[in-house]
Design a protein around this ligand. Structure first.
Ligand code: SF4
Length: 493
């Protein structure tokens, strides 16, 4: 779509709305010529404390015009945000009229659509006002707004339970048995990179040790620990034991209320590894079948069957972990609404207290895109999710966190469901950006969150296991940045 911006340069918000309402339309900044049938002119005029936005939009010959006036007040920063919101809102309305569709999350295009609810509730708004704000200001459908109210309220509860020196720790194991068709993560197949694993574990343990010393010096408290990947259970039982021991030795774990390990792929789960997790007091494991349909498992490149998942779940049940999660994905290649329904029903039959329902996100570099695998359309994905929500509620689960990714089928969302009291708080902390996350391992993204403000800084570990292992100085520099962040906060007190 040709875009002409007059009186402003708010490309980002306009492009986000464009992708939201016209998937596949790329922005082109060129003059509109006679005969063009897909274009938009977005104009801004400002007089004193008012701005006026006009959007003329033509989509495949369907023309629409929207105009809106918005007040401007406060600091320059506030006024910039108000201007941007007015442009985004007006463009959304014009695009919605031309496209003839209402996306489930309205004009919200970000990763955390429940954040405005959490802020509104923290500001003293009632739940009804917070939900109405999503519906009227952002055009979110009533169903999604109600969902955001539930997860946004949980985030506020989590925020109120955190102190200014509370953090969470993440450990990444970037190895998997094979690469899934929808994955673009920098995970390495263990078969092909077997020799990288032992030096990786050694480097990881060193990083955990120095990170623990830094955290103690800063007087920070670890509230949650999460080991993810990749697939952490690609490590041997002995390697897992060493990593968990390193964490316990390096950190004061007295305030760490939960220790989660993603067991991930059933073909990596053994009794020996589960015994190690149990011995270390792991409070939550996640087994991630994604589907219980054998032909879908084959299509996504898994080398195990639904029967293997059942066997893994039987084994996990024997160890009586306090919490168990299962992950499913709606919209996988070769899946159907009926197949997804069967998968969810089979997962519910295990009786785990957490089920996470993802929507397929199309990621650059994934086999789905590279090989053009056929996937269910947005209507079919909508049907899958429409089945999931009431089925989960009927089984006693409620939504406790949600997030969105780019290029999700049907512009839907990922939702963590759990039974009351079974929340994985780490997921809430990270998705709602409530506290700092200190990440260890290749590709680790460490987030530093200033309590009570929206200020966030990030540092990243080196991406690939080999470079991560060979250049520990990068991890040390990141830990120094983390310490400096808290040092600077301390000097503000
Ligand atoms: S298990 Fe996860 S990280 Fe590993 S290949 Fe599959 S999607 Fe990617």
């Amino acid at each position: 779509m040709k875009l002409v911006l007059n009186g402003h340069d708010e490309r980002y918000v306009v492009e986000q709305s464009l992708m939201n309402l016209f998937p596949g339309e790329l922005p082109v900044y060129e003059p509109v010529l006679p005969g063009d049938d897909t274009w938009a002119a977005v104009s801004l005029e400002e007089t004193g404390n008012q701005c006026r936005v006009t959007v003329e939009l033509s989509y495949q010959g369907r023309n629409t015009v929207q105009a809106a006036q918005a007040p401007l007040s406060g600091t320059d920063f506030d006024r910039e945000g108000q201007r941007r919101h007015a442009i985004a809102r007006c463009f959304f309305l014009a695009a919605q009229a031309a496209a003839g569709v209402t996306p489930p999350w309205g004009m919200l295009t970000g990763v955390r659509p429940d954040k405005p609810v959490t802020w509104a509730l923290a500001d003293g708004k009632t739940p009804e006002q917070a939900q109405a704000m999503l519906e009227t200001e952002y055009f979110v459908t009533p169903e999604r707004a109600a969902l955001a109210l539930e997860t946004g309220s949980t985030a506020l509860t989590a925020a109120r339970g955190l102190g200014p020196k509370d953090i969470a720790v993440y450990v990444g194991i970037p190895f998997c048995p094979t690469r899934c068709a929808y994955c673009s993560f920098v995970s390495q197949s263990v078969e092909r990179s077997f020799s990288l694993v032992p030096p990786y574990v050694d480097a990881l343990i060193e990083e955990i040790r120095s990170g623990g010393a830094m955290v103690r010096e800063q007087g920070l408290r670890v509230r949650a620990f999460y080991m993810g990947g990749g697939t952490p259970t690609t490590l041997t039982a002995e390697q897992m034991d060493r990593v968990l021991t390193a964490f316990e030795d390096a950190f004061d774990t007295a305030s760490c209320g939960e220790v989660t390990v993603e067991a991930g792929r059933p073909d990596t789960i053994t009794a020996e590894k589960l015994a190690v997790l149990k011995a270390h007091g792991v409070s939550r494991v996640s087994v991630n079948p994604q589907t219980m349909e054998d032909h879908v498992l084959r299509a996504i490149g898994r080398r195990h069957t639904a029967r293997d998942i059942e066997a893994a779940m039987d084994l996990v049940a024997k160890y009586r972990f306090p919490h168990v999660n299962m992950d499913l994905i709606a919209g996988l290649p070769e899946d159907t609404p009926t197949g997804f329904r069967r998968s969810l029903d089979r997962c519910l039959a295990f009786g785990t207290d957490n089920v996470t329902v993802h929507t397929l996100a199309l990621k650059k570099g994934s086999r789905i895109l590279l090989e053009g695998l056929s996937i269910p359309g947005p209507e079919a994905v909508g049907e899958m999710l429409d089945y999931a929500a009431p089925a989960l509620r009927a089984a006693g689960y409620g939504p406790y966190y949600l997030y969105r990714q780019k290029y999700m089928s049907g512009s839907f969302e990922n939702i963590g469901w759990c039974r009351p009291g079974a929340e994985c708080w780490y997921n809430v902390y990270i998705m709602s950006e409530l506290c700092s996350i200190l990440s260890f391992g290749a590709g680790g993204s460490t987030k530093m969150v200033e309590p009570g403000t929206n200020r966030i800084e990030r540092v990243f570990n080196l991406k690939y296991p080999k470079e991560y292992t060979e250049r520990p100085e990068k991890c040390l520099a990141n830990q120094a940045a983390f310490a400096a962040f808290y040092g600077q906060l301390g000097s503000k007190d």
